[in-house]
Write a protein that binds this ligand. Structure first.
Ligand code: SAM
Length: 277
């Protein structure tokens, strides 16, 4: 069989994966949800036609969105993940000994259930009901409005700024994130491709920079994300990720993240530096 699935990454470019099998297709209250098994990247979660995570390259995104902030903060006891319904980010968060409690607020219960069934390698912390984890099915935007001086680290593992994720890219949301963090807290958000989403990245860096004294962008290479070059934005009240005193990470087995990657991911090509000026 020669079945292909295409994600339209821009109006003019798509990434195509040859499919072995469609494992799930459904429609939740928020989005179209699918899991397909691909020849190149293994099983893949797709939301509204957009590739979210794949068995082959998920480790890069999940390690980089979790370990960079958690090794920047010297004592991240209380962590919140917004989105991240596949469970990959929370899987990495609960591995940190310093983390005592990890809350996760995901809007779409169908994503969580489908990932538990078809992507158990990624959602193992959800399947095992990790004792540090508190999962809430609800809107991350509303959750932030009520929180104050509560978290050491907030990780926004959201989908693109369309549909239910749109409100996670607004000045009002960032003000609430700032309020919800403790006085030395920090947050990280996935902020798309510096190649295709330049206006968005410039805008977000400016908005976050108006609130947080330390605002930094870092990069990772993720093959199935648009352009392969993906960026994350960190807003921090006190700790500078480029000056982080990272101890021994050895007990934590990682496949992408290490001390040198932590530092080098903040070294930006000139065209990305230009976007942040
Ligand atoms: N790694 C992924 C990427 O960049 O493509 C993101 C993966 S994770 C599946 C994104 C999750 O954010 C989705 O499950 C989606 O349902 C969730 N989400 C979107 N808007 C949300 C909101 N307002 N509150 C909580 N979760 C939200």
């Amino acid at each position: 069989m020669n079945l292909w699935f295409t994600e339209s990454q821009t109006k003019n470019l798509g990434l195509q994966a040859r499919i072995k099998e469609t494992l799930f297709m459904g429609k939740s209250d928020f989005q179209d949800v699918a899991v397909v098994d691909t020849h190149q990247f293994g099983r893949m979660l797709v939301l509204d036609g957009v590739f979210q995570t794949t068995i082959a390259d998920e480790f890069i995104y999940h390690e980089m969105i979790a370990h960079v902030p958690l090794f920047t903060h010297p004592n991240p006891k209380k962590v919140l993940v917004i989105g991240g319904g596949d469970g990959g980010t929370i899987r990495e968060v609960v591995r940190h000994d310093a983390v005592e409690k990890a809350e996760m607020v995901e809007i779409d219960g169908m994503v969580v259930e489908v990932c538990k069934k078809f992507l158990p390698e990624i959602s193992q912390a959800l399947i095992n009901h990790d004792p540090k984890l508190e999962l809430k099915i609800g809107d991350g935007i509303g959750h932030m409005k009520d929180a104050e001086n509560k978290y050491d680290v907030i990780i926004v593992d959201c989908s693109d700024p369309i549909g239910p994720g749109k409100g996670l890219f607004t000045p009002e949301f960032y003000q609430n994130v700032y309020k919800a963090l403790k006085e030395d807290g920090l947050f990280v958000q996935q902020t798309e491709s510096p190649f295709y989403h330049q206006e968005l990245i410039t805008y977000l860096h400016k908005e976050i920079g108006q609130l947080f004294p330390i605002t930094k962008t870092y990069l990772a290479n993720i093959p199935t994300y648009p352009s392969g070059l993906h960026c994350f934005t960190m807003g921090s009240k006190k700790y500078d990720p480029t000056a982080a005193n990272i101890g021994n990470i050895q007990p934590l087995k990682t496949r992408y993240y290490n001390k040198d990657i932590h530092k080098s991911s903040f070294v930006l090509p000139n065209f990305v530096q230009e976007l942040l000026k």
